[in-house]
Design a binder for this molecule. Structure first.
Ligand SMILES: [Zn+2]
Length: 260
């Protein structure tokens, strides 16, 4: 999947007198009204090279579960039900990881200790789910897991089952409701740690890149968002409504280029 990122070069800008005029002039020179197309990157590092050869990097503020949920929904709108179920399931799994991280931070676990333990369960989603169940139990909120949904997911992902659009929408709605409800709860009980998890997400890539390169953050309006989480209308739209809305959404058409 190709996405659109800014084609403005701040390195070139530092070589000017950095006035508003210089900014406008450079914008024209670089033709930065037209975004650059780059491949959506698993590590969330998107590289842009300006005509002078400067490299700059952009990362998305949104978490993996938010991006996966968007990818699933676009696949569903395009008729790929099986691929949608796979990405909805991926969104759910990455959200569970996010929940466990927030919960660990709240319990004063250091990021280093969390990462070392997570490594031992990162390849086994059943272990992750088990950790989630027990954490929830300790909060007095035993999970009522829908085994039928898990069986459906396994059939679709591992056994070649081709889901109907109705089944894929039902599964996506289940994932959407699960994530939104839990996110809202986390925001009211652990807001400080949600913010900490966001900072961790954004600082990860800084450590991977050389110190002198520019890494900027970009935020996109994903279907699952934390932005309006305190509003009364948060999460009121059904998946069907969200699917219809992104079909017409100019931002989606601009940002997600739907090509390889
Ligand atoms: Zn440049």
């Amino acid at each position: 999947m190709k996405i659109a990122i800014s084609s403005f070069c701040w390195e070139c800008f530092t070589e000017t007198d950095q006035s508003a005029d210089a900014y406008e002039k450079l914008k024209k020179e670089l033709n930065s009204d037209v975004d650059s197309e780059v491949e959506l990157d698993n590590e969330n590092i998107h590289k842009f090279i300006c005509p002078k050869g400067h490299s700059s990097f952009t990362q998305l503020q949104e978490q993996k579960f938010q991006i996966l949920f968007d990818l699933a929904s676009m696949a569903l709108n395009d008729g790929y039900t099986k691929e949608a179920v796979s990405s909805y399931s991926g969104a759910l799994e990455r959200f569970i990881e996010y929940f466990i991280l927030v919960s660990s931070l709240r319990n004063s676990v250091t990021l280093e200790n969390f990462s070392n333990t997570w490594k031992q369960m990162s390849n086994q989603s059943e272990r992750q789910l088990g950790a989630y169940f027990i954490l929830r139990l300790q909060e007095g909120k035993p999970t009522n897991w829908d085994e039928k949904k898990s069986a459906f997911r396994n059939n679709s992902i591992h056994k070649g089952y081709i889901p109907s659009s109705e089944e894929a929408i039902e599964y996506g709605q289940y994932v959407l409701t699960f994530i939104r409800t839990t996110l809202k709860e986390l925001n009211s009980t652990s807001k400080e740690f949600l913010q900490k998890a966001t900072l961790i997400h954004l600082s990860k890539n800084g450590e991977k890149l050389p110190k002198n390169v520019r890494l900027s953050n970009s935020s996109i309006p994903t279907i699952i968002t934390i932005r309006d989480i305190e509003s009364e209308d948060y999460g009121k739209n059904t998946l069907k409504e969200e699917l219809n809305s992104i079909k017409e959404n100019g931002f989606y058409k601009h940002f997600y280029r739907k090509k390889i």
